[in-house]
Ligand binder design. Structure first.
Ligand code: SAH
Ligand code: SF4
Ligand code: F3S
Length: 465
């Protein structure tokens, strides 16, 4: 019998990229591929790439260089190693990748992962493969499901793609080109995925999509279902204790499609009070130039509506500084918006001109030094907000979902509703449980807690404390 082949998959991108990496590994498993964390021992290396900023793309090419050394080493040892480039760089650059480097055997775009076994087989026969078509069939139908072992290994929290692609065409962004048109997966298929995950120990589901709150998958009657309604159905799946979703677009949040999602924040306890709502910029002029199709005031309305439904919601966001034409005054409006919302945390990026996007052709590009200076100022503010947010939990009680053992003996790591990691001394059998804790200490990137049961004795409990 042949020895099992080993595949090493490395993700460079967003949550959807990570999810896709899992699905690629799942699809190769029936072909006899076992996952390895060590690229040097792999028969197949898949680099799952991101095209969102220039830096992300540079990383891919330097990684291809490193993998090439491993490939040469394997060859010297008489082993054949294949290198595949998947993901958004593969989709955007296609042929260009095999032109730039002869070490890559397969280039597979984001909508063709279900074809991987066939593509790999052809590459084994010596063919160079580039497949970046947008096929007509549904890749989700053809991708293999994860085995119970794979699910267990990935932990108790899982992503599920419910919506993919984007028709919004923000002027800075490559996603509409790398992921294609927006599609929503049918309700029954999403539910089947969730049921399978839950049956194998998953307790928390994060629904993902580039515009996840625009979800409009159909139910058995062919009627479109909103994200809020989908959440309500998923919450009923036995075992599912927590729900999250990302990434939402502010414009959809304002449309009637999201009324039920907002209401769900008020009445669905499984839905966590932590919402990622990228705003990008605070100035209406810049928002218009970005084609975000909402104003600063409308963004604030979306925030207010969510907070009215559930006052303890905390928000996170994405910001781009130095979009073409952004003045100091525009940038100050970004700072003012961040002050007003008071984010739990945020991702901050310097604008990166992407080939083929309208903004890359604009004349008034902001010099790098200015972008950098603005980035520092915004990051300082966000860091202050993030510290204050974490600090606000000192001495407070909260429920955490215990995920895995910690570094110290007897310690477990869990997640707060706000995705903070929380360290607590607790027995391993509690992994997968939601437990009440009180926060004793605030670390740099983590909170420390005690199990509430241990701190509140029976006498106190009987007093109703
Ligand atoms: N669909 C999501 C965002 C997907 S991309 C949304 O609409 O909000 C993730 C983040 O990368 C974006 O929110 C944006 O902040 C950042 N980004 C996208 N293109 C960029 C570019 N050209 N330069 C810098 N940051 C960019
Ligand atoms: Fe990109 Fe805009 Fe679509 Fe988000 S909504 S993926 S930023 S084009
Ligand atoms: Fe990057 Fe593609 Fe995700 S460009 S951010 S991996 S959708």
């Amino acid at each position: 019998m042949n020895r099992p082949r080993k595949v090493h998959v490395k993700s460079f991108g967003c949550q959807m990229n990570v999810y896709d990496s899992h699905r690629m590994a799942d699809t190769l498993a029936p072909e006899g591929y076992v996952e390895t964390q060590l690229p040097a021992e792999a028969d197949l290396i898949i680099l799952n790439t991101c095209h969102i900023r220039e830096k992300a793309v540079d990383k891919v090419y330097s990684e291809i260089g490193r993998m090439r050394e491993l490939k040469d080493q394997a060859e010297r040892e008489g082993r054949r190693m294949l290198i595949a480039v998947a993901g958004c760089v593969a989709q955007a650059e296609g042929e260009e990748i095999v032109r730039r480097t002869d070490s890559v055997d397969v280039v597979v775009g984001s909508q063709n992962y279900h074809k991987l076994p066939a593509l790999i087989a052809r590459a084994r026969d010596g063919e160079k493969i580039v497949d970046t078509e947008f096929p007509l069939e549904d890749k989700f139908d053809a991708l293999a499901q994860p085995s119970p072992q794979a699910i267990a290994k990935r932990g108790i929290s899982s992503f599920v793609t419910v919506q993919e692609g984007c028709d919004k065409f923000c002027t800075f962004c490559v996603v509409p080109y790398t992921r294609g048109a927006e599609i929503s997966r049918p309700v029954a298929k999403v539910l089947a995925d969730v049921e399978r995950l839950a049956a194998n120990g998953v307790r928390e589901i994060s629904l993902i999509g580039q515009n996840v709150n625009a979800y409009h998958g159909v139910d058995a009657n062919g009627d479109a279902v909103t994200l809020g309604a989908l959440m309500r159905r998923i919450a009923k799946v036995p075992g599912i204790a927590r729900l999250r979703y990302m990434t939402s677009h502010p414009r959809d949040m304002l449309s009637p499609v999201c009324d039920d999602l907002i209401a769900a924040h008020g009445d669905l306890p499984e839905l966590m009070p932590y919402v990622h709502l990228p705003v990008q910029a605070g100035s209406d002029r810049v928002l218009a130039a970005m084609n975000r199709k909402h104003t600063r005031k409308e963004y604030m309305t979306a925030i207010t509506r969510l907070k009215n439904a559930r006052p303890d919601i905390a928000f996170t966001s994405d910001f781009i500084v130095g979009f073409p034409g952004e003045t100091e005054e525009d940038f100050r409006e970004t700072l003012a918006l961040a002050e007003e919302v008071n984010f739990a945390t945020a991702y901050t990026f310097m604008y990166s001109a992407r080939p083929g996007t309208p903004a890359a052709k604009l004349e008034d590009q902001v010099p790098d030094a200015e972008k950098y200076e603005r980035l520092q100022r915004l990051q300082d503010l966000i860091t202050r907000q993030w510290r204050a947010f974490n600090g606000s939990f000192a001495g407070k009680s909260m429920e955490i979902l215990l995920e895995k053992p910690g570094k110290l003996t007897g310690q477990l790591v869990g997640r707060s509703p706000y995705l903070q990691s929380v360290h607590v001394m607790a027995k391993p059998s509690l992994i997968g449980q939601i437990v009440p804790v009180s926060i004793t200490d605030i670390g740099t990137n983590t909170l420390f807690a005690e199990l509430a049961n241990a701190t509140r004795g029976p006498a106190l409990a009987s007093l109703g404390a």
